[in-house]
Design a protein. Structure first.
Length: 318
């Protein structure tokens, strides 16, 4: 527990560190694959002395489309911050680890889960290529031109190897930002209802008129329905291609289930899995309208990932 706690604090520091935001890297799964749970030493990723990046930084993309840039899965190297040396970060005797996955600038990955399609996931399961994928939800840039992030990406990871090996990457949700607004993903997890849906929260949604700032609970599902399920317990289909200019993969749709301003991390009850608990954060609610620093509860239907009751605020002013 102590080691995992230290690793999470180290990850948090790396994700919030303000210097060189374009060198942000994703490290948690790499740390886990190096034996944190068995009491061995926590790998040293160099923070705050070293960072990871790519040679030919401005051109090293597997997809260089503006606002959709994607880094390769291999080739990241270690470089020194001011005050450190290249020999310390990348020399022959250096013990600084290279991250498992190197991401693009300004992504701020803050939600991850392994998507597991259950055996009875016949109604809303994602296309088979996404099963067992590591899903990563990311915030995005506010001061970069062109902007980047606001997406959910999928990574194929061999969790049986030591260390883990990443063999492929793909996009589940493209950048949810366009000229008319943005939806900013935060957290993801497989729905506890076992109908195959992937739950997602967002702490900003310019297309939700319920609140001034938006945000809420969403689901990503596999479907051939292009019109949306407008009459299913208030479900609203998000027209991703129309709002943001890029469509999700074939057979994938994004729905808003409930409006919760500034929605952040979520979990569900182990005793009653239909209950979802969703935290909010006032730091991401500029209006300070009493919606931040609270916990909401949502009850899902027993047979489908839609809202039965809620959201209701159960804790506030945390």
């Amino acid at each position: 527990v102590t080691n995992m706690s230290q690793a999470c604090h180290r990850l948090y520091d790396m994700l919030r560190f303000p210097a060189r935001p374009t060198r942000l890297v994703f490290v948690l799964m790499h740390a886990a694959s190096h034996g944190i749970s068995d009491g061995s030493a926590i790998p040293d990723y160099g923070f705050p002395r070293c960072y990871a990046s790519f040679p030919n930084y401005d051109t090293n993309w597997v997809d260089s489309t503006a606002s959709h840039e994607v880094r390769p899965l291999a080739g990241q190297q270690r470089y020194p911050y001011v005050g450190a040396t290249l020999d310390h970060c990348a020399g022959e005797n250096s013990n600084i680890e290279v991250p498992l996955i190197g991401l693009g600038p300004h992504w701020s990955p803050i939600g991850l889960t392994v998507y597991e399609k259950q055996t009875d996931s016949t109604t809303k399961g994602l296309p088979s290529g996404f099963n067992h994928s590591l899903m990563v939800a990311s915030h995005g840039s506010w001061n970069r031109d062109p902007w980047i992030g606001y997406n959910v990406n999928a990574y194929t990871v061999d969790f049986n190897s030591n260390p883990y090996v990443v063999s492929a990457q793909s996009t589940l949700l493209p950048a949810l930002r366009g000229q008319s607004g943005r939806i900013r993903p935060v957290d993801v997890r497989t729905s506890p209802i076992h109908d195959g849906a992937l739950l997602m929260t967002a702490d900003h949604d310019d297309f939700d008129a319920t609140f001034g700032y938006g945000g809420g609970l969403y689901r990503v599902i596999g479907t051939s329905d292009t019109t949306g399920e407008h009459n299913e317990n208030g479900v609203i289909r998000i027209p991703v291609a129309r709002y943001f200019g890029v469509a999700p993969p074939p057979g994938v749709a994004l729905d808003r289930l409930a409006s919760i301003p500034c929605a952040r991390q979520m979990t569900h009850s182990t005793a009653y899995p239909q209950l979802l608990y969703i935290g909010t954060m006032s730091l991401f609610c500029p209006t300070k309208s009493g919606t931040g620093d609270s916990v909401y509860v949502v009850e899902l239907l027993a047979h489908s990932t839609v809202v039965n009751r809620g959201p209701a605020k159960v804790l506030s002013n945390l």
